[in-house]
Design a protein around this ligand. Structure first.
Ligand code: ZN
Length: 208
């Protein structure tokens, strides 16, 4: 009877015998077997622990600082050299009067990714240390909202594309900041992949 009252079930076919298998939410490490032939139909892709997300968020926050205080590249056109930080573009746009664009670049390249990593760090640290810190549910909501603004990998890719274009106009020299930015992109991407909302909600319920 519970089968009938539950919301519309999703069915996936067995890769071996094509029997219809009912898809159910799998806990970490669980495997869904076909009832008829026993073949593995689906494996849980959920992480088993929040500690990797915590480690990556911590590394991400440190890399965020390094990527913002170290020059990424210098651009040389006819003897005029300009060294660029991530913030240089924001300041230049602001000085040229494009303050809405400057604000947007600042928010999407610096503020939003930093806030995303900070909210993830706060929530995941509380879960890992089993500490009922204040405002955890609100922080989780903010992490969910800011996740789509975690645009560091996009920003890094855009930088690479623009450098290819700029290279035809002058000489581009890469600096250490580019390495920090590249590692930060990987870190920010992996944090969003390993930050399991459902597991966090379960842990927060246990803490409450
Ligand atoms: Zn089967």
């Amino acid at each position: 009877m519970t089968e009938l009252s539950s919301p519309t079930p999703r069915w996936i076919s067995c890769p071996e015998c094509e029997a219809a298998c009912r898809e159910v939410p799998l806990p970490p490490r669980a495997v869904l077997h076909c009832r008829r032939c026993g073949v593995v139909v689906r494996k849980s892709t959920r992480p088993t622990s929040l500690q990797p997300a915590w480690a990556l968020a911590t590394a991400g926050l440190l890399l965020m600082v390094m990527a913002n205080v170290t020059p990424i590249m210098s651009f040389d056109v006819a003897g005029n050299t300009q060294t660029n930080l991530i913030g240089t573009g924001v300041i230049t746009l602001y000085k040229q009067g494009y303050w809405p664009v400057a604000g947007l670049v600042f928010f999407s390249a610096i503020a939003a990714p930093a806030l995303y990593l900070a909210t993830v760090w706060y929530v995941v640290a509380a879960c890992c240390l089993a500490r009922p810190w204040p405002g955890l549910h609100r922080m989780l909501t903010w992490a969910e909202i800011l996740e789509s603004w975690n645009l560091v990998p996009v920003f890094a890719l855009a930088t690479l594309v623009s450098v290819v274009k700029l290279d035809t106009l002058g000489t581009v020299t890469w600096h250490h900041g580019a390495i920090w930015l590249a590692v930060l992109s990987i870190c920010a991407f992996l944090t969003s992949q390993l930050f399991d909302h459902r597991m966090v909600e379960e842990r927060l319920e246990e803490l409450a």
